[in-house]
Design a protein around this ligand. Structure first.
Ligand code: ZN
Length: 118
């Protein structure tokens, strides 16, 4: 009849994140930081585009279009990479359910918080 006390004590154990979950969460944080850096690159790119305006030669225009295409491809690649990053606990897409939320503080499937672990 006293076995109920043991279960209660076990339920009060501190919150613990296993090492494999921690590595997965670190990967999500790394991909978020990289996506942030890519987005920051948009600011100087737009400023340069705005300051140059209509004074570009034909060759400069071609280079600018090439740079814009490369930047767009890079932005798309990092966006997709972040969107399809798996949660280390439930293996669903961390930021994607029926909607996409790249700034979510927790897994959109199982609720694993990003700040859990180290
Ligand atoms: Zn999850």
């Amino acid at each position: 009849m006293q076995s109920g006390n043991q279960e209660k004590e076990g339920a009060q154990a501190p919150f613990f994140i296993p090492k494999d979950l921690d590595a997965g969460l670190q990967l999500i944080r790394l991909r978020r930081r990289r996506m942030g850096h890519i987005l920051l690159g948009l600011i100087p790119f737009v400023l340069v585009a705005g300051s140059i305006g209509y004074s570009l030669s034909e060759l400069e225009t071609m280079w600018f279009i090439l740079a814009a295409a490369i930047y767009g491809a890079l932005l798309l690649a990092y966006s997709l990479r972040l969107a399809f990053t798996e949660c280390p606990r439930c293996h669903g897409f961390y930021h994607c359910r029926s909607w996409l939320d790249p700034t979510t503080p927790q897994c959109l499937h199982c609720g694993l918080p990003l700040k859990a672990g180290g």
